[in-house]
Write a protein that binds this ligand. Structure first.
Ligand code: ADP
Length: 388
Protein backbone atom coordinates (compact mmCIF):
# COMPACT_ATOMS: atom_id res chain seq x y z
CA UNK A 1 0.00 0.00 0.00
CA UNK A 2 2.81 2.35 0.96
CA UNK A 3 4.54 1.75 -2.31
CA UNK A 4 1.28 2.46 -4.30
CA UNK A 5 0.99 5.86 -2.54
CA UNK A 6 4.61 6.55 -3.36
CA UNK A 7 4.00 5.78 -7.06
CA UNK A 8 0.85 7.96 -7.12
CA UNK A 9 2.69 10.81 -5.37
CA UNK A 10 5.58 10.64 -7.85
CA UNK A 11 3.10 10.64 -10.76
CA UNK A 12 1.29 13.68 -9.35
CA UNK A 13 4.61 15.46 -8.78
CA UNK A 14 5.73 14.58 -12.30
CA UNK A 15 2.51 15.99 -13.73
CA UNK A 16 2.87 19.24 -11.78
CA UNK A 17 6.51 19.69 -12.82
CA UNK A 18 5.69 18.77 -16.44
CA UNK A 19 2.79 21.22 -16.57
CA UNK A 20 5.03 23.89 -15.04
CA UNK A 21 7.68 23.30 -17.70
CA UNK A 22 5.11 23.41 -20.51
CA UNK A 23 3.76 26.71 -19.14
CA UNK A 24 7.27 28.18 -18.87
CA UNK A 25 8.03 27.16 -22.47
CA UNK A 26 4.73 28.67 -23.70
CA UNK A 27 5.37 31.90 -21.79
CA UNK A 28 8.88 32.19 -23.25
CA UNK A 29 7.60 31.50 -26.76
CA UNK A 30 4.80 34.06 -26.60
CA UNK A 31 7.23 36.64 -25.16
CA UNK A 32 9.54 36.03 -28.15
CA UNK A 33 6.56 36.38 -30.48
CA UNK A 34 5.67 39.72 -28.89
CA UNK A 35 9.31 40.90 -29.34
CA UNK A 36 9.15 40.23 -33.09
CA UNK A 37 5.86 42.05 -33.24
CA UNK A 38 7.46 45.09 -31.60
CA UNK A 39 10.33 44.90 -33.99
CA UNK A 40 8.08 44.86 -37.04
CA UNK A 41 4.81 46.63 -36.35
CA UNK A 42 2.81 48.12 -39.16
CA UNK A 43 4.12 51.50 -40.24
CA UNK A 44 2.18 53.79 -42.61
CA UNK A 45 1.68 52.50 -46.15
CA UNK A 46 4.47 53.11 -48.63
CA UNK A 47 7.18 53.77 -46.03
CA UNK A 48 9.06 50.58 -46.95
CA UNK A 49 9.09 51.50 -50.63
CA UNK A 50 10.17 55.07 -49.89
CA UNK A 51 13.05 53.87 -47.71
CA UNK A 52 14.14 51.52 -50.48
CA UNK A 53 13.97 54.22 -53.15
CA UNK A 54 15.73 56.97 -51.19
CA UNK A 55 19.42 57.53 -51.98
CA UNK A 56 19.91 58.56 -48.35
CA UNK A 57 19.86 56.27 -45.30
CA UNK A 58 16.41 56.11 -43.69
CA UNK A 59 15.25 54.93 -40.26
CA UNK A 60 11.77 54.79 -38.66
CA UNK A 61 11.53 54.66 -34.85
CA UNK A 62 8.46 54.00 -32.69
CA UNK A 63 7.41 55.88 -29.51
CA UNK A 64 9.85 53.79 -27.42
CA UNK A 65 12.72 54.60 -29.78
CA UNK A 66 12.80 51.06 -31.16
CA UNK A 67 13.96 51.00 -34.77
CA UNK A 68 11.03 49.49 -36.67
CA UNK A 69 12.36 50.07 -40.20
CA UNK A 70 15.84 50.84 -41.48
CA UNK A 71 17.31 50.93 -44.97
CA UNK A 72 20.48 49.03 -45.89
CA UNK A 73 22.33 52.38 -46.00
CA UNK A 74 21.47 53.03 -42.35
CA UNK A 75 23.06 49.71 -41.36
CA UNK A 76 26.09 50.39 -43.60
CA UNK A 77 26.67 53.69 -41.84
CA UNK A 78 26.45 51.95 -38.46
CA UNK A 79 23.44 54.03 -37.35
CA UNK A 80 21.38 51.05 -36.19
CA UNK A 81 22.54 48.51 -33.66
CA UNK A 82 20.37 45.84 -31.99
CA UNK A 83 17.14 47.41 -33.27
CA UNK A 84 18.06 50.75 -31.67
CA UNK A 85 19.80 53.96 -32.75
CA UNK A 86 23.49 53.47 -32.10
CA UNK A 87 24.37 57.14 -31.80
CA UNK A 88 23.23 59.08 -28.69
CA UNK A 89 23.03 62.35 -30.70
CA UNK A 90 20.48 60.77 -33.05
CA UNK A 91 18.38 59.67 -30.05
CA UNK A 92 18.47 63.26 -28.73
CA UNK A 93 17.28 64.62 -32.09
CA UNK A 94 14.47 62.06 -32.27
CA UNK A 95 13.33 63.00 -28.72
CA UNK A 96 13.45 66.69 -29.63
CA UNK A 97 11.25 66.22 -32.70
CA UNK A 98 8.83 64.06 -30.71
CA UNK A 99 8.54 66.83 -28.08
CA UNK A 100 8.27 69.84 -30.38
CA UNK A 101 6.77 68.29 -33.51
CA UNK A 102 9.08 70.47 -35.66
CA UNK A 103 11.50 68.96 -38.19
CA UNK A 104 15.21 69.24 -37.34
CA UNK A 105 18.25 69.40 -39.68
CA UNK A 106 21.78 68.91 -38.44
CA UNK A 107 25.22 68.26 -39.97
CA UNK A 108 27.34 66.00 -37.80
CA UNK A 109 30.49 63.91 -37.73
CA UNK A 110 29.97 60.49 -36.22
CA UNK A 111 32.33 57.66 -35.38
CA UNK A 112 31.30 54.32 -36.79
CA UNK A 113 32.07 52.96 -33.34
CA UNK A 114 29.10 50.61 -33.26
CA UNK A 115 30.87 48.60 -35.96
CA UNK A 116 34.17 48.72 -34.13
CA UNK A 117 35.33 50.94 -36.98
CA UNK A 118 37.76 53.77 -36.23
CA UNK A 119 36.65 55.90 -39.21
CA UNK A 120 34.20 58.78 -39.05
CA UNK A 121 31.34 59.73 -41.35
CA UNK A 122 30.05 63.20 -42.15
CA UNK A 123 26.27 63.18 -42.14
CA UNK A 124 23.55 65.62 -43.04
CA UNK A 125 20.63 64.48 -40.90
CA UNK A 126 16.93 65.40 -41.13
CA UNK A 127 14.43 64.20 -38.52
CA UNK A 128 10.66 64.56 -39.04
CA UNK A 129 7.43 63.14 -37.63
CA UNK A 130 5.87 60.24 -39.52
CA UNK A 131 2.16 60.07 -38.75
CA UNK A 132 1.24 60.43 -35.10
CA UNK A 133 3.33 57.57 -33.69
CA UNK A 134 6.59 57.38 -35.58
CA UNK A 135 9.66 59.47 -36.26
CA UNK A 136 11.53 59.33 -39.59
CA UNK A 137 15.27 59.98 -39.65
CA UNK A 138 17.06 60.60 -42.98
CA UNK A 139 20.86 60.68 -43.10
CA UNK A 140 22.83 61.79 -46.17
CA UNK A 141 26.45 60.56 -46.26
CA UNK A 142 28.51 63.64 -47.19
CA UNK A 143 31.90 62.17 -46.23
CA UNK A 144 33.32 62.15 -49.79
CA UNK A 145 31.93 65.62 -50.63
CA UNK A 146 33.42 67.08 -47.43
CA UNK A 147 36.78 65.41 -48.17
CA UNK A 148 36.86 66.80 -51.72
CA UNK A 149 35.96 70.27 -50.48
CA UNK A 150 38.83 70.05 -47.97
CA UNK A 151 41.24 68.92 -50.71
CA UNK A 152 40.14 71.87 -52.87
CA UNK A 153 40.60 74.34 -50.00
CA UNK A 154 44.05 72.90 -49.18
CA UNK A 155 45.05 73.16 -52.84
CA UNK A 156 44.04 76.82 -53.05
CA UNK A 157 45.81 77.56 -49.74
CA UNK A 158 48.94 75.74 -50.95
CA UNK A 159 48.96 77.55 -54.28
CA UNK A 160 48.69 80.93 -52.58
CA UNK A 161 51.53 80.00 -50.25
CA UNK A 162 53.73 78.70 -53.09
CA UNK A 163 53.08 81.79 -55.23
CA UNK A 164 53.91 84.16 -52.39
CA UNK A 165 57.59 83.06 -52.29
CA UNK A 166 58.63 83.94 -55.87
CA UNK A 167 56.35 87.00 -56.00
CA UNK A 168 57.84 88.29 -52.72
CA UNK A 169 61.36 87.62 -54.01
CA UNK A 170 60.64 89.45 -57.28
CA UNK A 171 59.45 92.59 -55.51
CA UNK A 172 62.44 92.58 -53.11
CA UNK A 173 64.87 92.06 -56.02
CA UNK A 174 63.22 94.83 -58.05
CA UNK A 175 63.73 97.25 -55.15
CA UNK A 176 67.36 96.10 -54.75
CA UNK A 177 67.89 96.60 -58.48
CA UNK A 178 66.58 100.13 -58.28
CA UNK A 179 68.84 101.11 -55.40
CA UNK A 180 71.89 99.53 -57.09
CA UNK A 181 71.29 101.37 -60.38
CA UNK A 182 74.80 102.91 -60.38
CA UNK A 183 76.66 99.67 -59.69
CA UNK A 184 76.87 97.62 -62.88
CA UNK A 185 78.02 94.42 -61.13
CA UNK A 186 75.17 94.57 -58.62
CA UNK A 187 72.66 95.31 -61.38
CA UNK A 188 73.78 92.18 -63.26
CA UNK A 189 73.60 90.10 -60.07
CA UNK A 190 70.06 91.20 -59.16
CA UNK A 191 68.88 90.97 -62.76
CA UNK A 192 70.14 87.39 -62.91
CA UNK A 193 68.29 86.48 -59.72
CA UNK A 194 65.16 88.24 -60.98
CA UNK A 195 65.23 86.10 -64.11
CA UNK A 196 65.55 82.99 -61.93
CA UNK A 197 62.54 83.88 -59.78
CA UNK A 198 60.49 84.79 -62.85
CA UNK A 199 61.34 81.39 -64.33
CA UNK A 200 60.25 79.67 -61.11
CA UNK A 201 56.96 81.58 -61.24
CA UNK A 202 56.45 80.53 -64.87
CA UNK A 203 57.14 76.86 -64.04
CA UNK A 204 54.79 76.95 -61.08
CA UNK A 205 51.94 78.57 -63.02
CA UNK A 206 52.41 76.12 -65.90
CA UNK A 207 52.39 73.14 -63.49
CA UNK A 208 49.24 74.44 -61.77
CA UNK A 209 47.50 74.84 -65.15
CA UNK A 210 48.62 71.36 -66.29
CA UNK A 211 47.51 69.73 -63.06
CA UNK A 212 44.09 71.36 -62.91
CA UNK A 213 43.49 70.40 -66.57
CA UNK A 214 44.47 66.81 -65.82
CA UNK A 215 42.30 66.66 -62.72
CA UNK A 216 39.22 68.03 -64.44
CA UNK A 217 39.36 65.42 -67.24
CA UNK A 218 38.99 61.74 -66.45
CA UNK A 219 40.29 60.66 -69.81
CA UNK A 220 42.67 62.01 -72.41
CA UNK A 221 40.87 64.53 -74.68
CA UNK A 222 42.90 64.03 -77.90
CA UNK A 223 43.90 60.39 -77.95
CA UNK A 224 45.90 58.91 -80.82
CA UNK A 225 48.43 56.13 -81.35
CA UNK A 226 51.67 57.13 -79.65
CA UNK A 227 55.08 55.54 -80.05
CA UNK A 228 56.65 54.93 -76.64
CA UNK A 229 60.14 55.03 -78.18
CA UNK A 230 59.40 58.54 -79.41
CA UNK A 231 58.02 59.60 -76.01
CA UNK A 232 61.13 58.33 -74.23
CA UNK A 233 63.54 59.86 -76.80
CA UNK A 234 61.87 63.30 -76.52
CA UNK A 235 61.80 63.24 -72.71
CA UNK A 236 65.47 62.18 -72.60
CA UNK A 237 66.43 64.95 -75.08
CA UNK A 238 64.71 67.56 -72.92
CA UNK A 239 66.90 66.54 -69.98
CA UNK A 240 70.17 66.04 -71.87
CA UNK A 241 71.62 69.53 -71.22
CA UNK A 242 70.85 69.41 -67.50
CA UNK A 243 72.37 65.93 -67.20
CA UNK A 244 75.53 66.95 -69.09
CA UNK A 245 75.99 70.00 -66.88
CA UNK A 246 76.11 67.64 -63.90
CA UNK A 247 78.15 64.98 -65.75
CA UNK A 248 75.30 62.53 -65.26
CA UNK A 249 75.25 59.55 -67.60
CA UNK A 250 71.71 59.44 -69.03
CA UNK A 251 71.47 55.93 -70.46
CA UNK A 252 68.57 54.53 -72.49
CA UNK A 253 67.86 50.88 -73.25
CA UNK A 254 66.74 49.16 -76.43
CA UNK A 255 63.71 50.31 -78.44
CA UNK A 256 60.45 48.68 -77.37
CA UNK A 257 58.43 49.37 -80.58
CA UNK A 258 55.44 49.66 -78.26
CA UNK A 259 52.44 51.80 -79.14
CA UNK A 260 49.90 53.15 -76.67
CA UNK A 261 46.69 55.05 -77.17
CA UNK A 262 46.84 58.56 -75.71
CA UNK A 263 48.15 62.10 -75.78
CA UNK A 264 51.80 62.24 -76.81
CA UNK A 265 52.64 65.58 -75.19
CA UNK A 266 51.13 64.50 -71.87
CA UNK A 267 53.11 61.26 -71.91
CA UNK A 268 56.31 63.14 -72.75
CA UNK A 269 55.61 65.50 -69.81
CA UNK A 270 55.12 62.51 -67.46
CA UNK A 271 58.36 60.77 -68.52
CA UNK A 272 60.19 64.12 -68.60
CA UNK A 273 59.19 64.86 -64.97
CA UNK A 274 60.51 61.50 -63.78
CA UNK A 275 63.83 61.86 -65.67
CA UNK A 276 64.20 65.45 -64.49
CA UNK A 277 63.66 64.36 -60.85
CA UNK A 278 66.17 61.51 -61.26
CA UNK A 279 68.75 63.99 -62.57
CA UNK A 280 67.86 66.68 -60.00
CA UNK A 281 68.13 64.41 -56.96
CA UNK A 282 71.22 62.46 -58.15
CA UNK A 283 74.74 63.40 -57.14
CA UNK A 284 77.09 64.68 -59.89
CA UNK A 285 78.61 61.95 -62.12
CA UNK A 286 75.87 59.46 -61.21
CA UNK A 287 73.98 57.29 -63.68
CA UNK A 288 70.30 57.59 -64.62
CA UNK A 289 68.81 54.74 -66.62
CA UNK A 290 65.65 54.88 -68.74
CA UNK A 291 64.32 51.52 -69.92
CA UNK A 292 61.13 50.21 -71.53
CA UNK A 293 59.72 46.71 -71.59
CA UNK A 294 56.54 44.94 -72.61
CA UNK A 295 54.88 42.57 -70.21
CA UNK A 296 51.42 40.96 -70.60
CA UNK A 297 50.02 43.78 -72.75
CA UNK A 298 51.46 46.43 -70.45
CA UNK A 299 54.20 48.86 -71.47
CA UNK A 300 56.55 49.71 -68.61
CA UNK A 301 58.82 52.76 -68.69
CA UNK A 302 61.29 52.71 -65.78
CA UNK A 303 63.56 55.52 -64.65
CA UNK A 304 66.26 54.46 -62.22
CA UNK A 305 68.65 56.70 -60.32
CA UNK A 306 71.41 56.44 -57.74
CA UNK A 307 70.13 59.41 -55.74
CA UNK A 308 69.38 59.69 -52.01
CA UNK A 309 66.27 57.50 -52.24
CA UNK A 310 62.97 58.16 -50.45
CA UNK A 311 62.23 57.02 -46.87
CA UNK A 312 59.48 54.31 -46.74
CA UNK A 313 57.11 56.56 -44.74
CA UNK A 314 57.19 59.20 -47.54
CA UNK A 315 56.79 56.81 -50.47
CA UNK A 316 52.99 56.99 -50.60
CA UNK A 317 52.93 60.73 -50.13
CA UNK A 318 55.38 61.92 -52.79
CA UNK A 319 52.58 61.87 -55.39
CA UNK A 320 50.53 64.37 -53.36
CA UNK A 321 50.51 67.96 -54.55
CA UNK A 322 53.27 70.07 -52.96
CA UNK A 323 54.54 67.18 -50.83
CA UNK A 324 58.33 67.25 -50.59
CA UNK A 325 60.56 64.94 -48.59
CA UNK A 326 63.15 67.68 -48.21
CA UNK A 327 61.69 71.19 -48.60
CA UNK A 328 65.04 72.96 -48.84
CA UNK A 329 66.47 70.57 -51.40
CA UNK A 330 63.37 70.73 -53.58
CA UNK A 331 63.44 74.53 -53.58
CA UNK A 332 67.19 74.63 -54.19
CA UNK A 333 66.69 72.48 -57.29
CA UNK A 334 63.85 74.76 -58.49
CA UNK A 335 61.17 72.13 -57.85
CA UNK A 336 57.50 73.11 -57.78
CA UNK A 337 56.34 70.12 -55.71
CA UNK A 338 53.83 69.29 -58.46
CA UNK A 339 55.95 67.13 -60.77
CA UNK A 340 54.91 63.73 -59.43
CA UNK A 341 51.24 64.75 -58.99
CA UNK A 342 51.23 65.63 -62.70
CA UNK A 343 52.85 62.26 -63.54
CA UNK A 344 50.24 60.38 -61.50
CA UNK A 345 47.25 62.12 -63.08
CA UNK A 346 48.65 62.01 -66.63
CA UNK A 347 49.24 58.27 -66.34
CA UNK A 348 45.89 57.57 -64.65
CA UNK A 349 44.09 59.46 -67.42
CA UNK A 350 45.67 56.95 -69.82
CA UNK A 351 44.28 54.02 -67.85
CA UNK A 352 47.72 53.33 -66.37
CA UNK A 353 49.52 53.65 -63.05
CA UNK A 354 52.86 54.76 -61.67
CA UNK A 355 54.85 52.73 -59.17
CA UNK A 356 57.86 53.57 -57.10
CA UNK A 357 60.61 51.51 -55.53
CA UNK A 358 63.14 53.29 -53.40
CA UNK A 359 65.71 52.65 -50.73
CA UNK A 360 67.39 55.47 -48.82
CA UNK A 361 71.05 55.61 -49.75
CA UNK A 362 70.63 53.38 -52.81
CA UNK A 363 68.34 55.24 -55.19
CA UNK A 364 64.87 55.06 -56.69
CA UNK A 365 63.04 53.53 -59.61
CA UNK A 366 59.81 55.08 -60.86
CA UNK A 367 57.83 52.95 -63.30
CA UNK A 368 54.99 54.14 -65.54
CA UNK A 369 52.70 51.29 -66.63
CA UNK A 370 50.37 51.80 -69.59
CA UNK A 371 48.06 49.45 -71.50
CA UNK A 372 49.58 48.64 -74.90
CA UNK A 373 47.31 49.76 -77.78
CA UNK A 374 48.28 46.96 -80.13
CA UNK A 375 46.92 44.39 -77.75
CA UNK A 376 43.51 46.04 -77.40
CA UNK A 377 40.82 44.06 -79.19
CA UNK A 378 39.21 46.09 -82.03
CA UNK A 379 35.85 46.60 -80.26
CA UNK A 380 37.59 48.05 -77.19
CA UNK A 381 39.52 50.37 -79.46
CA UNK A 382 36.37 51.57 -81.20
CA UNK A 383 34.66 52.16 -77.85
CA UNK A 384 37.75 53.99 -76.61
CA UNK A 385 37.75 56.17 -79.73
CA UNK A 386 34.11 57.04 -79.22
CA UNK A 387 34.36 57.85 -75.53
CA UNK A 388 37.52 59.94 -75.88
P1 ADP B 1 59.63 68.58 -56.71
O1 ADP B 1 59.33 69.70 -57.63
O2 ADP B 1 59.81 69.02 -55.28
O3 ADP B 1 60.72 67.69 -57.21
P2 ADP B 1 57.87 66.34 -57.21
O4 ADP B 1 56.38 66.24 -57.11
O5 ADP B 1 58.49 66.06 -58.52
O6 ADP B 1 58.25 67.77 -56.65
O7 ADP B 1 58.48 65.33 -56.14
C1 ADP B 1 58.00 65.35 -54.81
C2 ADP B 1 59.11 64.98 -53.84
O8 ADP B 1 59.47 63.61 -54.00
C3 ADP B 1 60.39 65.77 -54.06
O9 ADP B 1 60.37 66.99 -53.38
C4 ADP B 1 61.44 64.82 -53.50
O10 ADP B 1 61.50 64.97 -52.09
C5 ADP B 1 60.87 63.44 -53.79
N1 ADP B 1 61.45 62.82 -55.01
C6 ADP B 1 60.92 62.78 -56.24
N2 ADP B 1 61.68 62.13 -57.11
C7 ADP B 1 62.75 61.72 -56.40
C8 ADP B 1 63.94 60.96 -56.73
N3 ADP B 1 64.15 60.48 -57.96
N4 ADP B 1 64.84 60.72 -55.74
C9 ADP B 1 64.61 61.19 -54.48
N5 ADP B 1 63.53 61.89 -54.11
C10 ADP B 1 62.62 62.17 -55.06
Amino acid sequence: MDSTWLVLLSLALGLVIGAGLVWLLYAAASKGHRATEIASPTVPDGVDQILEALPTAGIVVDPSNNVVRASAGAYNLGLVWNAALSQPRLVELVDLVRRTGDPVDEDMELARSALGDATTVQLSVRVVRLGSRYILLLADDRTEAVRLEQVRRDFVANISHELKTPIGAISVLAEALESAADDEGQVRHFAHRLTGEAARLTRLTQDIIDLSRLQSAEIVPHAERVSIDHVVASAVDQNRVLAELRHIDLATGRHSHAVVFGDESLLITAVHNLISNAVKYSPDRARVGVGTRLHDGVVEISITDQGPGIPPEDLDRVFERFYRVDQARSRATGGTGLGLAIVKHAVQNHGGEVRVWSKPGRGSTFTIRLPEAEHLVPTQLEQGERTI
